[in-house]
Design a protein around this ligand. Structure first.
Ligand SMILES: NC(=O)c1ccc[n+]([C@@H]2O[C@H](COP(=O)([O-])OP(=O)(O)OC[C@H]3O[C@@H](n4cnc5c(N)ncnc54)[C@H](O)[C@@H]3O)[C@@H](O)[C@H]2O)c1
Length: 288
């Protein structure tokens, strides 16, 4: 199958990522069913997406006709069978819990047409951990979008040992047709490329801070003014959530058993104090 032959895409999980991935696919002209088990999540997705699209029309980035056409391509479904009856490609974006994802993949395998490719948008879980919950491991891969998916261009396509070349090629081509810039990983590794590099940068930033070499504010200035990053590592941690950083590191530590992978002491302290960043009004910085 090629991306040109894809008519219908199913997106599972209508949270922060799934809702925007579905909108990007609908804007690219695909028929899309966005499915979630929680009706309130589907309602919230609809309202939030409408807001994003209204803004783009106001700013002249999209026409009202383009937005109307995209919404007419997009359905919101609670029922998995209705969502996937004629799907050619499925992108899973449910909560980051392996047991939930394995159950979802077993259900996708039962419900989606036999030719359909099943991709996971997980930020850390490699697809071999869900592929064996299906009867079609050759059609399973990672397709990792970045947050916010309406804006961020990168998509990491990651094969596992069973993934066919056709599956990789189709996922890459689909990402391009969705207006994204795909890269492919030849081997799977937890966290993939971009987030591993980001984690290394964050680690060194926190190391320097914990050694008392510089304040976290000055480290952010070094990274923004010296390396031209749009945002410093501490400000970024506040934006994405210190809990996210902590939990991702805990998961990596549980997988590797390597002390180096443990959350850093100052990050763990913020997590324990509930200072999680912008969402709690205080993290590294304070937000009024
Ligand atoms: N948030 C990010 O920055 C980011 C970036 C890249 C990738 N991801 C990955 O995307 C996935 C989703 O993350 P998110 O931030 O959108 O989470 P989220 O919590 O905003 O949304 C998850 C959604 O999944 C739904 N859900 C749970 N179980 C389900 C099931 N069995 N069937 C259907 N829907 C179900 C929930 O109701 C919720 O609406 C995760 O795997 C995460 O690692 C997240």
């Amino acid at each position: 199958m090629t991306a040109r032959e894809i008519q219908k895409i199913g997106v599972i999980g209508s949270g922060a990522m799934g809702s925007q991935i579905a909108m990007v696919a609908a804007l690219a002209g695909y028929r899309v069913a966005l499915q979630d088990v929680v009706p309130e999540s589907l309602e919230k997705a609809k309202t939030t997406l409408q807001g994003h699209m209204d803004n783009r029309v106001k700013k002249g980035r999209l026409t009202k006709e383009q937005v109307d056409a995209a919404f007419s391509n997009l359905s919101f479904e609670q029922d998995l069978e209705a969502a996937l009856a004629d799907a050619d490609f499925v992108i899973e974006a449910v909560v980051e819990k392996l047991d939930v994802k394995r159950d979802v993949f077993a259900a996708l395998d039962r419900v989606a047409p036999a030719h359909a490719i099943l991709a996971t948008n997980s930020s850390t879980i490699v697809s071999s951990k869900v592929a064996d919950a299906t009867q079609r491991p050759d059609k399973v891969c990672n397709m990792h979008f970045f947050n916010p998916a309406l804006v961020m261009q990168l998509v990491e396509v990651v094969r596992n040992e069973s993934t066919s070349q056709d599956t990789v090629d189709t996922a890459v081509e689909l990402a391009r047709k969705m207006g994204k810039v795909p890269i492919t990983l030849q081997k799977e590794i937890s966290g993939f490329v971009a987030n591993r590099i980001l984690a290394a940068l964050m680690d060194e930033a926190v190391n320097l801070y914990e050694q008392g070499i510089a304040s976290f504010e000055d480290i952010d200035v070094a990274v923004t003014k010296g390396l031209n990053h749009p945002i410093g590592p501490f400000a970024l941690m506040d934006l994405t959530g210190i809990d996210v950083n902590y939990l991702v590191r805990m998961q990596r530590y549980q997988e590797s058993g390597d002390e180096k992978d443990k959350p850093k002491a100052s990050v763990a302290k913020k997590y324990e104090q509930g200072e999680l960043g912008r969402k709690t009004g205080k993290g590294w910085y304070s937000y009024e």
